[in-house]
Design a protein around this ligand. Structure first.
Ligand code: DLL
Length: 454
């Protein structure tokens, strides 16, 4: 490829291997077919449960002719991992693993995932590729505020940054005042955190009288939870950086399954390592190109835990159209939310991030909010609690609330009761924010359904 046609990204940074990111669609499909055969072979040979399923679907690994043949195989769901807790779906003996991670779910047992040394290598590579696409460069100081531990965010971003040749500050989540001081003193160029924690850092910086907009921060890699475009603007304005969306899930790998490039028009899903499908969540049939649907992922290079047609529950859209950056890998559009997070309020289906997008756009309201769902007779009701921006006159809050209520109704047809409250009164997150407090099935004022604590 001549210099003139080289994608902007590679021309600018000249790093990693652009070849695999710019394979033609046909070359990618051929690579996927070869790796899918290997993955099915691995599952067939080492995971009795998978072998049974493959046999029942008439899918002999060596006989696989087309990628579409995989559609004969039933989906995998999170419950399959739980049923075989902890290691029943692993294709390697525990002694042959290099690491375990786990995420706590809404119910009962954690979801446990395992990696061989090779799996960890590939994960680091993909996270490094993701970071490079977002403009992270060797030598950058990367302040990594994703939680370290069983959550994949901390160690995943850490390994990717190291692989890229960055200087990692492994600060993890929490101790926010100290984080602000370290960000300034060490001069980090890159911040990795959940979007809600990035905002919490900005807020604490303000309260300390520290202006992070004039710090060395230039790039943010945010993910692990849904966030709206309005939230992105707030984060960028308050931290003085360009914010990129990074997606992933522990069942498939961790962060770095997909990431935005400098064009920020969707997240490139790394098709040399994953096969992406989009389905109608009701019927399981393939969703038409461009339509919203549930993301289903098959791993193509995972040794320890091959996942075949895993239903992520994440609702998004896919596009295979060419991106201006030159990468050919498909793009996942912003993940609006999880199927199981969708609220149905008086017949209106809505994701928390859609509500966020409407509210956070309003200048007098802060991006700190909580949604409380209750049942009144046969109807579900929604109460939105949101903070006013610091400095707004408390006398205006009732009017702001009425306006926001009207706005929700006119923009997304949602009837909700909105209460605007004083700045700093809602809890702040250090990892994934818990936005929805579902009191429908609770006895009295029971605890909220906390999701995937880092
Ligand atoms: O959250 C991995 C991760 C860490 C991704 C750091 C990005 C950055 P889990 O804890 O297993 O893994 O949760 C996975 O989080 O199925 C989505 O519902 C949600 N999620 C992850 N990234 C995004 C994103 C990590 N960029 C679940 N936008 C996924 C929206 C996201 N939702």
């Amino acid at each position: 490829m001549g210099v003139a046609t080289e994608p902007r990204h590679f021309a600018a940074h000249g790093m990693l291997s652009p070849a695999v990111e710019t394979l033609s669609r046909d070359e990618l499909a051929a690579l996927q077919l070869e790796r899918l055969r290997q993955t099915l072979g691995n599952a067939w040979a080492h995971v009795p449960w998978q072998r049974q399923r493959l046999e029942a679907a008439g899918l002999h690994p060596e006989a696989l002719q087309r990628l579409e043949d995989l559609q004969r195989l039933p989906f995998m769901v999170k419950g399959d991992l739980h049923e075989h807790y902890p290691f029943g779906l692993f294709a390697r003996a525990p002694a042959d693993l290099a690491r375990l991670h786990a995420s706590s779910g809404t119910t009962g047992k954690p979801t446990v995932v395992g990696y061989t040394r090779g799996d960890l290598e590939r994960w680091a590579e993909l996270m490094a590729r993701s970071m490079a696409g977002a403009g992270v460069r060797p030598g950058d100081i990367v302040h990594n505020a994703y939680g370290y531990g069983l959550f994949t965010g901390g160690l995943g971003a850490h390994a990717g940054a190291e692989r890229l040749g960055c200087v990692v500050v492994p600060v993890s989540g929490g101790g926010t005042e100290r984080q602000v001081a370290l960000l300034v003193d060490f001069g980090a160029r890159v911040l990795c955190a959940t979007p809600s924690y990035a905002l919490a850092i900005a807020e604490v910086a303000d309260s300390m009288g520290v202006n992070l907009r004039t710090s060395r921060l230039e790039v943010g890699l945010f993910g692990a939870e849904p966030w709206s475009a309005a939230m992105r603007q707030q984060i960028e304005a308050r931290l003085g950086l360009v914010a990129y969306d990074v997606y992933g899930l522990s069942e498939i790998m961790g962060p770095g399954v997909a990431c935005e490039c400098e064009c920020r028009e969707g997240l490139h899903g790394w098709e040399d390592h994953f096969l992406f499908e989009l389905i109608d969540p009701e019927t399981g049939a393939p969703a038409p190109e461009g339509a919203a649907g549930e993301l289903v992922i098959t791993t193509l290079t995972k040794e320890a835990l091959p996942m075949l047609r895993y239903r992520t529950r994440d609702i998004t859209r896919l596009t295979r159209s060419r991106c201006a950056c030159g990468r050919t890998h498909l793009r996942i559009l912003r993940v609006a939310g999880r199927n199981d997070d969708m609220l149905i309020i008086r017949g209106v289906n809505v994701y928390p991030s859609q509500i966020e997008a409407v509210l956070v756009d309003r200048p007098q309201l802060a991006p700190h909010y909580r949604l409380v769902v209750r049942r009144a007779g046969a109807l579900d009701t929604l109460a939105v609690e949101i903070e006013a921006q610091p400095g707004t006159d408390a006398a205006t809050w009732p009017l702001l609330a009425r306006e926001a209520q009207h706005h929700l109704k006119s923009m997304i047809g949602l009837s909700a009761e909105v209460a605007v409250q004083a700045p700093g009164t809602l809890p702040r997150s250090q990892g994934k924010a818990v936005r929805v407090h579902d009191l429908r099935h609770a006895a009295g004022d029971a605890a909220p359904a906390a999701k995937g604590m880092p």
